[in-house]
Design a protein around this ligand. Structure first.
Ligand SMILES: [Zn+2]
Length: 1250
């Protein structure tokens, strides 16, 4: 049969000699008794000859479908005759040398390794085993070992491993036999159990005996021995053996010998082998100690520095730097505590959760000790010598997170709350009961105010609502704020008494609703009333002033100007104190003059006597009032405000300052950052991803290591420190930069000048938390032109960052702004992100082992002397900015637009949470039109639950502007839906510069299952709105919560699907469980067709356990909204579509927000009105046949809402050893094939900025 097979398949000629011989061999194998040994010898020898002399013979034996390998292996099993065995081993050796591993794979799959081990153990029992046989066996085993996943286990169980070890011991001088034995040992040692067992048998010491003397001859043998030893030392017990045996200084000395003598770099692999040994030994604490004691840092630092000019030596430098980083003594952050510098006293401390944990931590918790356990042989019980172990573990935990409880995958029935409790929310849905009887629909009327909401809603009381009871229907003029503080008793319901809550003005007057006077102040009233806007009396003249200063004069006045630029302050004239009650920040000193004029540089006459800021510092508070006297009475200080009115219709500096006055921050900020004051105009130029400079991370790490090698070069000078609340800015001698972060959304806790042009920066943790460092926003001044500054943010926490993949920081230059370019620009060079030597204790880390921090480093040369610059993680968007934008949106209202702005509730910190209702006015007050108006499906949108995700606010801005636009598309969208929008779910987090949490120290997007009315008021009331809607059968058609994503590119969505969740897990589900229409896919599908930044491939519709309390999952399951989404926008940029290779900007983000609206319009066209079956069919049409679509685009499974498993992930931790391998191949160098790349916005649909 086999012969037939061999003869016919693959076109092998039937007269092939080698195949005829194999057939003969097969017949011999079949004989029970080997009659004639010599015939077998003869046949095998002939086959060998053919294979050695004719390449085609080998091919014929190994051709696909051939059973040649089986025949050969069978003959090996059947014979005891050594010459025959040798013949066959030679044959195999010839065969396996070619074919690049495929043939070895065939050999392994046919059980070849087991047969070789069998022969090896049998032969070892002979009195004098044939050396040639041992040699051949080991040579072959060394070849096939790496192809056999079970090689190590088989070797140990068969006893072959011991045979090899004995041979090594007996043949230390016999390098011919020693070499293949060491090669095989190297493969054995990749299995951890084998390593431990070999260590017990003295093999570690044996290997050191082979490698230690520096001898240049026989380098290949040395290299193999080093590799084997390196593999053995992966076991912690073996590493400890090496330390105890005093081998660390010996290996270091040996490395130096090779480094010095190998001048022509011919023995790179030996030098690398020695470093791998050191790397593995220093995985244990004792090893690191021994390394430091043996002066390892200096030895490796110096040798690596000498290697730097030779590119081929990069692997040596990389491993050296890895070892040095690992051994660099772990340190705590230079802070008194890692708890936030600001404290907010919670009304009550939650019983469980992060805040509870934080409150119960003992003092001294931040001290960092090396907590690694040297005796831990974590993987010792596994028999898999698998390199994929980590991967498998990860996969396992991913699968663990998939929701497998089918009950939790189906909509929950009943709201769990009595309707009486929800009835109070009716007041937020006046549009559902409006009858417009008092409205003027006369089309000839030009007064748009005639359809203002107050008039239309004034008639509400006489309306018979279509749905839902009318009890307690209120005029919108007196919609009370739901005051969470007083509403914590759920049985009491929400009180309607105006005295309990601050009244909200009528919607059309909401421009004033957020102003100081109208806000019910609960504390620090005195302070707020004293706030003063310096530019208040320039309101009218300010925007009209041109900026036409000749450059020469501009330069002359540069120095003086800078003083004016220090900071816009809302402090009152003269010295004043701000009580730091719980805030931790105190400001003293004189303030800006109340009559500050802002005008062109031409008119800077009085500037020299008028200084707004402390001498060159970042603000007048910087110098602790020392220069207060200078500020008196200066009349001529001028500041030019860039005229952005045309470009930024929603921006108004004076209005911004007004808004800031009504914003409550925990540190009671009294300053305004320039970028927020001036506004940001998206730059016209493209901002491609930053190309990573070769070896950038390595050189940064070397600079870090130099701190240890040359400690005297380090300044270690604290120049900014929020932990000194009275005076965070430390006065210097003018040799240091000045920092400031004391303004809304600011985050920088400490700045330490390390070298002349290098600063370590420490971020503040979220309030009531000791971590979540990621968002930053701070001011820098006092820079020199022509010097390159290096900034290191040293307490980043994520294990990887888009800063490794082309993302740059954002910078705003005030000098540029007043020259007419008020914009945030992507900037910074030499950017990278890596694990550093700072760590926190296991207790502080919440019971996990002490966690290392990461450094985000960037370099910067400033182009203007005496500039004031701002740096931010992403385009800032403050709460006051939102209030300003909302106020300006009122002005966009036309008589066709129905817009209502209300205050949903107060946040924990006493800030209003705005709620918007946008739809179209009905065509008339006829019954039909009013019915159509009331029955429009609802779209419910929210954003910014995570404060650090400012991009979500820019997307929201795009959505809001589109909705308020005059285009016919915007009009039809308004006619199609009623939009309910909560643009900022976490005002307090935004205001106080948090990255993730609210003032309760909790992630609000993990509170949706059981939001606490007192601690999570915005979530509690938002969920109540949705519950109310569900109750009156008006659950929204679409719910979408806008987020930002820090580790992925593009824009994408997460949704919820039972089917896709079940398919990802191994849950057995009945077919009825899997009945699910694909409606949830329609919106993302449409978006992927119309929005260039949107990527369908990144979307996921799996429900995870860890997400069960997010908005998306709760709204899906409890409210029953099938299209419930999280929309994630990248913080970095795109790697597909029109914006491929570019970093994302506010223009693209706003465009995304507009395109989301267009997608809703298309969704409406698809669905038609009120015809749900029709809708499903159509959706199926656009998304293709059900199974096909789902299987062809499997959703990527994600671990954490904001950090899905990262496809581009590169291990940038200290355990990685090839760090400078370019991380992203798919990003390539090319930016775009499209030459028209600069067209940012399509002119048609998305152009809503008219
Ligand atoms: Zn988020």
């Amino acid at each position: 049969m086999n012969k037939l097979k061999m003869a016919t398949e693959k076109g092998v000629p039937s007269n092939s000699r080698v195949l005829m011989l194999l057939s003969k061999l097969e017949r011999i194998n079949g004989d029970v008794i080997q009659k004639n040994v010599s015939i077998t010898r003869q046949v095998t020898a002939k086959i060998l000859h053919l294979i050695q002399t004719q390449e085609k013979s080998g091919k014929e034996v190994m051709s696909k479908g051939s059973s040649g390998m089986e025949v050969i292996l069978a003959s090996l099993e059947n014979t005891q005759d050594v010459p025959t065995i040798l013949n066959v081993l030679y044959i195999l050796s010839e065969l396996l040398t070619a074919g690049r591993g495929r043939r070895a794979g065939v050999f392994v799959s046919k059980g070849g390794t087991g047969i070789l081990f069998q022969i090896l153990t049998t032969a070892s029992k002979e009195l004098a085993p044939s050396e040639e046989l041992m040699l051949q066996l080991h040579s072959l085993l060394a070849k096939v070992g790496p192809k056999d996943r079970k090689f190590g286990v088989k070797a140990r169980l068969s006893g072959a491993m011991n045979v090899t070890v004995c041979l090594i011991k007996q043949n230390l001088q016999n390098s011919k036999l020693l070499l293949p034995c060491l090669q095989v040992l190297r493969v054995y040692s990749t299995n951890l159990v084998n390593s431990i067992s070999l260590g017990k048998n003295g093999v570690v010491e044996l290997m050191f005996k082979i490698v230690v003397p520096y001898i240049k001859k026989n380098s290949s043998l040395l290299k193999v021995a080093l590799d084997a030893l390196g593999a053995l030392l992966k076991s912690k017990t073996n590493a400890r053996r090496a330390v105890d045996g005093g081998y660390v200084p010996i290996v270091l000395a040996l490395y130096l010998d090779w480094h010095r003598n190998d001048t022509r770099h011919r023995h790179m692999l030996i030098r690398k082998g020695l470093l791998v040994i050191l790397r593995n030994i220093t995985n244990i604490k004792l090893g690191r100690k021994a390394f430091i004691e043996a002066d390892g840092m200096r030895i490796l630092y110096n040798s690596s520095s000498e290697c730097l000019p030779v590119r081929t030596l990069d692997p040596l430098i990389n491993i050296s730097s890895l070892i040095m980083r690992k051994c660099f003594p772990k340190n705590r952050l230079p802070l008194p505590t890692i708890k936030s510098a600001f404290h907010y006293q919670l009304p009550h401390v939650p019983v469980v959760g992060p805040a509870a944990q934080l409150y119960s931590q003992p003092p001294g918790v931040d001290d960092v000790v090396d907590e690694s356990d040297d005796n831990e042989e974590t993987d010792a019980d596994t028999d898999n010598d698998s390199d994929n172990e980590e991967e498998e573990k990860e996969q396992r935990s991913l699968n663990d997170d998939i929701e497998t409880d089918l009950n939790k995958l189906h909509p929950k029935t009943g709201l769990g709350r009595p309707f009486e409790e929800l009835r109070v929310y009716e007041r937020f849905f006046l549009e559902l009961s409006e009858d417009f009887q008092g409205s003027n629909f006369d089309s000839s009327s030009t007064a748009s105010s005639s359809v203002s909401l107050s008039s239309s809603s004034a008639s509400t009381q006489s309306t018979q609502p279509i749905i839902g009871p009318t009890a307690q229907a209120l005029s919108s003029k007196h919609v009370p704020v739901l005051n969470c503080q007083e509403d914590c008793n759920p049985t009491k319901g929400i009180s309607m008494q105006p005295s309990l809550s601050a009244p909200t003005p009528a919607p059309h007057a909401s421009l004033h609703s957020l102003e100081l006077d109208n806000i019910h102040l609960t504390k620090d009233q005195d302070h707020k009333e004293n706030l003063h806007i310096p530019s208040i009396d320039t309101q009218t003249s300010l925007p009209s002033l041109p900026f036409t200063g000749p450059p020469a004069q501009e330069q002359m006045k540069e120095q003086e100007l800078s003083h004016v630029l220090e900071c816009v302050s809302i402090e009152e004239e003269g010295a004043m104190k701000i009580g730091g009650e719980g805030g931790g920040v105190k400001q003293e000193g004189s303030s800006a003059n109340a009559t500050r004029h802002i005008q062109s540089p031409l008119l800077l006459g009085g500037i020299t006597t008028r200084r707004v800021g402390g001498g060159g510092g970042s603000n007048w508070g910087s110098d602790c009032g020392s220069e207060g006297a200078d500020d008196e009475g200066g009349e001529g200080a001028v500041l030019e405000v860039p005229d952005t009115a045309l470009l930024l219709p929603l921006h108004d500096p004076d209005l911004y300052v007004e808004m800031v006055k009504g914003t409550h921050s925990v540190p009671q900020y009294a300053e305004v950052a320039y970028p927020d004051y001036f506004g940001h105009v998206a730059p016209k130029s493209r901002e491609p991803h930053l190309e990573r400079v070769y070896g950038v991370q390595r050189s940064k790490i070397f600079q870090d290591i130099e701190r240890l090698i040359h400690p005297n070069d380090i300044l270690d000078k604290v120049v900014y420190d929020l932990d000194i609340p009275s005076c965070p800015v430390i006065v210097g001698n003018g040799e240091s930069l000045k920092f400031n972060s004391q303004f809304e959304s600011g985050n920088l806790r400490k700045a330490v000048q390390v070298r002349k042009y290098e600063y370590d920066l420490v971020l503040n943790s979220d309030i009531n938390s000791n971590h979540h460092h990621q968002w930053f926003y701070f001011e820098v001044s006092g820079m020199r032109v022509g010097s390159t500054y290096r900034f290191n943010i040293i307490n980043s926490e994520k294990s990887n960052s888009q800063f490794n993949y082309g993302m740059q920081v954002l910078m705003y230059s005030v000098q540029e702004a007043i020259s007419g370019r008020p914009c945030w620009v992507r900037t910074g060079t030499d950017i990278c992100y890596y694990k550093n030597h700072f760590a926190r204790s296991s207790i502080a880390a919440g019971g996990q082992k002490g966690k290392s921090y990461y450094t985000m480093t960037f370099s910067m040369s400033f182009s203007h002397k005496d500039d004031v610059c701002y740096f931010a993680y992403h385009y800032p968007y403050t709460y006051s900015t939102l209030k300003m934008h909302l106020s300006k949106l009122e002005a966009l209202r036309t008589r066709q637009i129905y817009l209502r702005q209300e205050v949903l509730c107060k946040s924990l910190g006493g800030n209003d949470c705005p709620l918007l209702t946008i739809t179209a006015m009905p065509d008339s007050n006829s019954n039909d039109h009013v019915c159509q108006f009331r029955n429009r499906p609802l779209i419910f949108l929210s954003a910014r639950v995570h404060p650090g995700e400012t991009n979500a606010s820019w997307v929201m801005k795009g959505t809001l502007e589109f909705l308020m636009g005059t285009s016919p598309l915007a009009a039809s969208l308004r006619e199609a839906y009623i939009f309910k929008i909560i643009p900022m779910l976490n005002p307090d987090g935004v205001i106080n510069g948090n990255h993730r949490c609210s003032l309760s120290g909790e992630d609000l997007n993990r509170q949706w299952q059981n939001p606490n009315p007192e601690l999570h008021p915005t979530i509690h009331h938002t969920k109540s709105l949705l519950q109310y809607l569900a109750h009156i059968q008006r659950a929204p058609l679409v719910f979408c919560d806008y987020h930002g994503h820090s580790r992925k590119k593009n824009v994408f969505m997460y949704g919820c699907s039972v089917k896709e969740t079940v398919w990802q897990s191994d849950v057995k589900a009945t077919s009825s469980d899997l009945q699910e229409d694909l409606g949830y896919r329609a919106l993302p599908k449409i978006l992927s067709q119309i929005a260039p930044a949107f990527s369908m491939a990144s979307c996921s519709f799996v429900v995870e356990r860890s997400k069960e309390s997010t908005a998306r999952v709760v709204v899906w399951r409890e409210i029953g909204v099938q299209r419930s989404y999280t929309m994630e926008s990248t913080l970095c940029g795109c790697d597909q579509g029109k914006y491929k290779g570019l970093q994302i900007g506010t223009r693209e983000l706003e465009e995304m927000g507009a395109q989301f609206c267009l997608a809703l319009l298309r969704l409406k066209r698809l669905t038609g009105l009120n015809n749900h079956q029709h809708l499903l069919d159509l959706e199926s049409d656009i998304i293709g046949t059900q199974t096909k679509v789902v299987s062809s685009s499997p959703t990527t499974y994600v671990m954490e809402e904001d950090e899905p498993s990262f496809l581009e992930a590169v291990d940038y931790s200290a355990e990685s050893n090839d760090e400078d391998v370019e991380p992203e191949s798919e990003q390539g160098g090319e930016v775009s094939e499209n030459p028209n790349h600069q067209d940012h916005l399509p002119d048609s649909d998305a152009n809503h900025r008219n």
